[in-house]
Design a protein around this ligand. Structure first.
Ligand code: BGC
Length: 364
């Protein structure tokens, strides 16, 4: 199975490796080429998902270091004012490229437009800024992420022999374009089942800022509203999934009600091994960071790269040159692939409380 992940990684590499470089000889756009490359990155927070600090920071640092470029990676901690202040400081401090994970499209756009007006190149990292002006967008195929979640939940419900299951939704932040794409993906699988009366649509809520603590309160209300009858939970990431699981535990329903996730976090993988979570979606952030770093370095040198793909920004009515990598569904049987890929370690996942489950899942 390790081969499966490596194949995906190789596809990711191919996608990015296939970028063709051509130097910007237009004269006007080469302002950056004279400057020493310095790349600024603004991460969104450290609570909506552990990935930003444990994976993205680490793999971006790794990619910049390998390329020998200077960088400044900061985290806005879900504070939009801080986000703008950090951007201003980075621009004043002389970054040649600014890479952002926006907190919402409005504030993201303001930052991107300001950078542009100061001659700083920009990249949307992971989240597309609607109506924005970033030169590139680097992410995963986010509708496929959602599709994998819908398919995973459906498979777990079948395995549990659920009859006309009631499915609740815990969607991601309403201000994150990815949350819309994830939902499009899982709706494409689950809506036909609701329409065919095979499944019953239960309560649905979007979780503001992907706030995990709020998600637990929201899920508790959903369970009450449904009189305790929720048979499956489509949770948009591992943090929201864990919030639902904590409430299911309180009601002795954990393990009986399949819950989805995303990000292959240590906690998510442990929940899967313990049988409390049905699946997660692994996104090889190392590849995402490498693709973004390659583009940032090219921009810093005043080069243009052809990514061979664009994504439509429906708000700005613009085709944004993009790199979209391939996500992978992970279940109990394949948790070991995430470890083999170096995303999390066996020591992190297989702590004393999970040692037995690790052994059962063939993690040695
Ligand atoms: C990312 C997910 C993450 C979520 C919350 C999304 O934009 O694609 O990986 O779980 O934000 O941070």
């Amino acid at each position: 199975m390790r081969k499966g992940i490596l194949t995906i990684a190789a596809v990711g590499l191919l996608t990015t490796g296939g970028l063709t470089a051509c130097s910007d000889d237009s004269g006007s756009g080469s302002a950056n080429s004279a400057k020493t490359p310095k790349i600024g990155v603004i991460l969104p927070d450290s609570k909506s998902s552990v990935r930003w600090e444990t994976a993205d920071r680490r793999f971006l640092e790794e990619a910049f270091k390998a390329a020998g470029v200077q960088s400044d990676i900061q985290n806005a901690q879900n504070d939009k004012t801080a986000f703008q202040t950090i951007a201003d400081q980075m621009i004043t401090g002389g970054v040649t490229v600014l890479m952002i994970v926006n907190l919402d499209s409005g504030t993201g756009k303001a930052v991107l437009d300001k950078a542009k007006s100061q001659g700083v190149a920009t990249i949307d990292y992971d989240r597309l800024t609607l109506g924005g002006s970033a030169q590139y967008y680097v992410s995963f195929d986010n509708e496929t992420v959602g599709k994998l979640q819908g398919e995973g939940l459906s498979k777990c419900l079948t395995e549990k022999g659920a009859k006309n299951p009631v499915v609740a939704y815990l969607n991601g932040s309403p201000t994150d374009n990815n949350a819309t794409l994830f939902k499009n993906g899982y709706d494409s699988v689950l809506k036909p089942k609701f329409d065919a009366k095979e499944y019953v649509k239960g309560p649905e809520d979007a979780v503001p800022a992907w706030d995990n603590a709020q998600a637990a309160t929201i899920f508790e209300q959903q369970l009450t509203k449904a009189n305790g009858k929720i048979d499956g939970v489509l949770a948009a990431n591992d943090g929201l999934g864990n919030a639902a699981i904590s409430i299911l535990k309180k009601n002795k329903l954990n393990g009986k009600v399949p819950v989805t996730g995303q990000d292959a976090s240590t906690e998510g993988l442990q929940n899967i091994l313990a049988g409390d979570q049905c699946m997660t979606v692994y996104k090889a952030v190392r590849e995402e960071a490498k693709a973004a770093s390659d583009l940032a370095i090219a921009l810093a040198k005043g080069e243009k790269k052809d990514t061979g793909q664009t994504v439509k920004d429906p708000e700005g009515n613009r085709d944004v040159p993009s790199v979209l990598l391939t996500p992978k569904a992970i279940t109990k049987e394949t948790v070991k692939d995430v470890i083999a890929d170096g995303y999390v370690t066996k020591e992190e996942v297989c702590t004393a409380a999970y040692a037995k489950f690790c052994a059962e899942a063939g993690i040695s």
